[in-house]
Design a protein around this ligand. Structure first.
Ligand code: SAM
Length: 361
């Protein structure tokens, strides 16, 4: 995961030591694994990191093994003995040697940097560096449950962060006292201020985090998703009579009349690239335009299911305006009541939410 997350940084660090023709993918993969061990994993001795990098080539040619050995040795010469303030690999690389470009420095694609640069809060290095911080596991207590456990390192109301995910699963999740839920995503749902008894449609519901939260608040939740194999898990935690359906939210199978319709849209995951390191390398490819079309099509169809005085909640775990504010702007007849952009901060992943109501009733 780390070698995938930081691959652009590691490629930039290795590049000065490679000839132009020395870049076959297995070589780069082995260098990234070795570089990650050198710079990010503090308890691996240098000789073990180099030997793991060389070993990652398996039985490939002695020539390639020699290149990996030589390049990792060069990198080991600049590795700081004492970790600096920066988390991750930058904390072991002297600042004067950090790549100049933000994309290489924080191992993010230029397209993502470009799309986020105007909305990144505060210092750019801190903001883009935060995209690589993996938050500790967070759980939400079910109604009436209480937990006091030494592995809990932070608490915000019913939300608990855990030092040890295994302890969270064994003592809180499996016995049914809590569910795994990202605090940031829950805070986006809270924009809707859903009330007990309200009829809510969750259009893109699997695996069910938001549906379960709404159900725990006392709402009558209809949870629907495109993918049949996800419905089994979706049923869990939705009470004794779960209302679950399989549909394509672009052509939903429901009558209008919901107090609240939630569109937690499929997205690029650009706010949670720390946990899903491969997602960043898809950002900006042709797939993003397809996602934008899908998001708008789902929003338009979902908006038709809202009752006259009801509201529409749009959320993503992306930071990109292309998938957030631009999508809302492309929905005529609706206005934003409240919205929130959560930037990742080491405790939470990132995401966006907007609560909408009709401009005319
Ligand atoms: C961001 S996830 C939803 C997460 C969920 N709301 C939760 O809190 O656990 C997006 C979901 O949209 C579903 N999806 C993708 N395209 C869809 C479509 N056309 N209609 C309905 N659901 C769709 C995916 O299967 C995926 O489960």
């Amino acid at each position: 995961m780390g070698a995938v997350r930081y691959q652009r940084l590691y490629d930039a660090m290795c590049k000065p030591h490679l000839r132009g023709d020395q870049r076959p993918p297995p070589l780069l993969a082995a260098l990234r694994i070795g570089a990650h061990q050198l710079f990010a994993l503090d308890r691996i001795p240098v000789h073990a990191a180099i030997s793991t990098g060389v070993g990652a080539l398996g039985g490939r040619s002695a020539g390639l093994r020699g290149v990996v050995n030589a390049v990792l040795r060069r990198l080991s010469e600049i590795r700081l003995d004492e970790r600096g303030l920066q988390p991750g690999p930058l904390g072991r690389i002297p600042e004067a040697l950090w790549p100049i470009g933000l994309g290489e420095r924080h191992s993010l694609p230029d397209a993502l940097i470009r799309d986020l640069q105007d909305i990144a809060p505060g210092d750019e290095d801190a903001a883009f560096g935060a995209l690589n911080l993996v938050p500790p596991l967070c759980t939400r207590l079910r109604p009436g449950a209480e937990i006091d456990h030494p592995a809990v390192i932070r608490r915000d109301g019913n939300f608990l962060w855990w030092r040890d995910p295994a302890a969270a699963i064994a003592t809180a999740v499996r016995p049914g006292h809590a569910v795994v839920q990202d605090r940031a995503q829950a805070s986006l749902l809270e924009l809707a201020d859903a009330k007990p008894g309200q009829l809510v449609l969750d259009c893109c519901a699997a695996p069910g985090g938001k549906s379960r939260y709404l159900s725990d608040l006392g709402c009558k939740v209809v949870a629907a998703d495109l993918v049949p194999s996800k419905l089994g898990r979706l049923v869990q935690g939705l009470g004794e009579r779960p209302r679950v359906a399989c549909h394509d939210a672009r052509r939903p199978c429901f009558m209008p009349g919901f107090d609240l319709v939630v569109v937690d849209a499929p997205c690029s995951n650009s706010g949670v690239v720390a946990r899903r390191p491969e997602a960043r390398w898809r950002y900006g490819a042709a797939g993003l335009s397809d996602l934008e079309r899908l998001q708008t099509a789902i929003l338009v169809a979902a908006s038709r299911l809202v009752s006259r005085s009801g509201r529409l909640l749009y959320t993503t775990c992306s930071l990109s305006p292309r998938e957030n504010t631009d999508r809302i702007a492309a929905l005529p007849g609706w206005r934003v009541v409240s919205e929130r952009l959560v930037w990742p901060d080491g405790w939470n992943g990132g995401g966006y939410g907007a609560l909408l109501e009709r401009t005319t009733s």
